[in-house]
Design a protein around this ligand. Structure first.
Ligand code: HPA
Ligand code: ZN
Length: 319
């Protein structure tokens, strides 16, 4: 669907399509444990978040140089533009790269080169969100924020991703305080596989402005009332929820109930190379599976601009 929209929940490493993965593997002399792109695609059968993350982190081995990151971001922006994305707030996972010996500067400068010309080449304004891996330590997150200091002019916000259960937001109180002091904005994944309590912690302890996923708020009516009253945006990812078995099928997705409850819902692609579609594909899928009418689709698109980290002038230009 080509409705103009902002994409607010997109992991750039999750846009690595099999064809680009093989091309980069060849260029960088990395051997992948798959013979062909078809064989790799057949491995995209996930039981839960962790089974996806195992493959997601493994395939990143092909990303080594600034140019690799520039190509990755350019490929995403090309596809996103074709599906009506006008503004993208893009997650990246520096710790997944520094752990392999790729410096954070290589990642940020490589992505930055694609993003800085994106308005001109793709008609998409962009921001970059540095995510901490929540299954690593709080100290590691603080070290990563410190390592990012020379690149903060390219970074708008921080986020929290990776394996959720057992890694509550409260673990990252200190790094979120430090980021606030640096003028960064704040989001966090919460309530994807983790309980509603993690959503409360993300709001109360980390002070986040948006919740990434947040699906499990529906188990807690008081929390829903609070999210509605405070207009806290939720960045939902319907195709991701199906592939990671957070919902059984797309027809079971609670999006219509969430919208009816007055929640500020947005629709995003999460890791589109792995989950079967980009932002517009997610809009198409919920329209078809959940029989959303044109007004509901327009509301979702409007919500995406309201929830974006844009000022009024930027928002008007992006729409
Ligand atoms: N959830 C948590 N961490 C992630 C995801 C996700 O859907 N994608 C990439 N990292
Ligand atoms: Zn995500």
């Amino acid at each position: 669907m080509h409705l103009p929209k902002a994409e607010l929940h997109l992991h750039i490493e999750g846009t690595l399509e099999p064809e680009l993965a093989f091309a980069l593997a060849e260029r960088n002399g990395v051997t992948l444990p798959y013979a062909t792109t078809d064989e790799l695609r057949r491995a995209y059968q996930f039981d839960d978040l962790q089974s996806f993350l195992d493959l997601y982190y493994a395939l990143m081995a092909v990303l080594r140089t600034e140019e690799d990151f520039t190509e990755l971001a350019d490929a995403y922006l090309t596809r996103a533009a074709a599906q009506g994305v006008r503004h993208a707030e893009i997650f990246f996972d520096p710790q997944a790269h520094t752990a392999r010996g790729v410096p954070i500067g290589t990642v940020v400068e490589g992505l930055g080169r694609a993003l800085e010309r994106s308005e001109e080449t793709h008609g998409i304004s962009t921001q970059l969100i540095l995510c901490f891996l929540r299954d690593l330590s709080a100290e590691a997150a603080l070290g990563t924020l410190d390592a990012a200091r020379p690149y903060l002019h390219r970074i708008s916000a921080i986020g929290l991703d990776s394996a959720e259960v057992g890694h509550p937001p409260a673990k990252f109180r200190e790094v979120y305080e430090a980021a606030t002091a640096l003028g960064l904005r704040k989001v966090a994944h919460a309530g994807e596989e983790g309980p509603p309590e993690y959503i409360r912690e993300a709001l109360d302890i980390l002070g986040v402005e948006r919740i990434d996923h947040g699906l499990r708020c529906m188990e807690d009516p008081e929390l829903v009332a609070r999210l509605v009253a405070d207009r806290v945006p939720l960045t939902l990812c319907p195709l991701s929820n199906v592939r990671l078995r957070t919902v059984d099928t797309l027809t079971d997705h609670p999006l219509p109930e969430m919208m009816a409850a007055g929640l500020l819902c947005t629709v995003n692609s999460d890791d589109p190379a792995y989950f079967g579609g980009y932002a517009g594909d997610n809009f198409d899928a919920v329209r078809d599976a959940l029989a959303l009418d044109p007004e509901q689709l327009r509301t979702l698109a409007r919500n995406s601009f309201e929830a974006a980290f844009l000022d009024h002038d930027e928002e008007r230009r992006a729409r």
